[in-house]
Design a protein around this ligand. Structure first.
Ligand code: PLP
Length: 301
């Protein structure tokens, strides 16, 4: 089944959408992107886009920073995305990738005096990480000076860190802040479970403010009565936590079994992590009426 893309104000087959080699953002990373999941519910015959509006709110914050001026409201962006995904017709889990960028075919490092554009495409995508992951702390520190958005250029550091982790035999890398405190995974936020409470790096710890992070904190509080402490986390705490898991649109909630060759807890999926996973998967597939507003249905019934 072919994928489609909304490109230059039309929905066209993905294979037909091309950008020129001189496109400014390709050279300088001055673009911002999002990642949204479409979760297939076979019983309902429905595909749910999870927290689509919040993803576009974050993208538009990035656009303001990068002086990308798009002629779309959040509602326009959501409508365009639903139309494009509906046209794809997938009946499986997928990933949606919106990108806002400097489309002028002109070189020169800057943000001003350049044209802006936006495209969004979807493709089938199952699990991003294994069921549980072995992590290492990477030697690449988090470059995220601008934590509020997914700025393309910032991701080169994450790519360096991810490949370092994989080439050293791990599944994922954990990045530290420039001060040596725990920040996040290369595409995920990080949580520890300590004495029945959740702990996660605070917003000032060079993290992306993840939408899954927010979802987990809300489900933990409302459904399990567990508060989350947002604070500085020292590297050594990674090795002594009862449980650890990563959160992200691609990774969902992924348990960590080991960090730097030290077992996390007993190396199996912890009790709090498992409860949160169950809640979260019900919510994102549109099976929990209380949180149905977070799910945007794609197919008309
Ligand atoms: C560096 C980084 N941190 C955290 C996240 C998690 O963010 P979200 O839950 O909004 O997907 C991502 C997701 O793509 C990411 O790239």
């Amino acid at each position: 089944m072919p994928s489609y893309v909304y490109f230059r104000q039309e929905i066209v087959p993905l294979s037909e959408a091309k950008i020129g080699v001189m496109t400014n953002s390709f050279h300088y990373g001055n673009a911002c992107f999002e990642g949204v999941r479409g979760n297939w519910n076979s019983q309902q015959g429905q595909l749910h886009l999870f927290r689509l509006k919040e993803h576009y709110e974050r993208m538009l914050r990035g656009c303001r920073l990068l002086k990308i001026d798009l002629p779309y409201t959040i509602d326009d962006l959501c409508r365009i995305t639903v139309e494009m995904v509906e046209k794809c017709g997938f009946q499986e889990d997928l990933y949606v990738r919106p990108v806002a960028y400097k489309s002028s075919e002109a070189l020169g490092v800057r943000l001003h005096d350049l044209e802006d554009d936006f495209f969004v495409f979807a493709f089938p995508w199952g699990p991003y990480l294994p069921d549980k992951v072995r992590c290492c702390v990477t030697s690449w520190r988090c470059a995220r000076e601008v934590p509020r958005a997914k700025i393309n250029g910032l991701y080169v550091n994450n790519a360096l860190a991810k490949s370092e982790a994989i080439e050293n035999g791990f599944d994922e890398g954990i990045m530290l802040t420039s001060d040596g405190y725990v920040a996040e995974g290369t595409g995920e936020n990080l949580f520890l479970v300590k004495d029945g409470r959740l702990v996660t790096p605070a917003v000032y710890c060079s993290i992306l403010l993840g939408i899954t992070r927010d979802t987990v904190m809300r489900l933990a509080k409302e459904e399990l009565g567990i508060e989350t402490e947002e604070r500085i986390i020292e590297r050594s705490e990674l090795y002594t936590a009862d449980e650890c898991f990563l959160t992200g649109t691609a990774a969902n909630i992924t348990p960590v079994s080991e960090i730097d060759r030290r077992k996390t807890g007993d190396g199996e999926i912890g009790e709090v992590t498992r409860k949160l996973q169950q809640l979260y998967f019900d919510v994102i597939r549109g099976n929990d009426a209380k949180y149905i507003d977070w799910c945007m249905p794609v197919y008309k019934k």
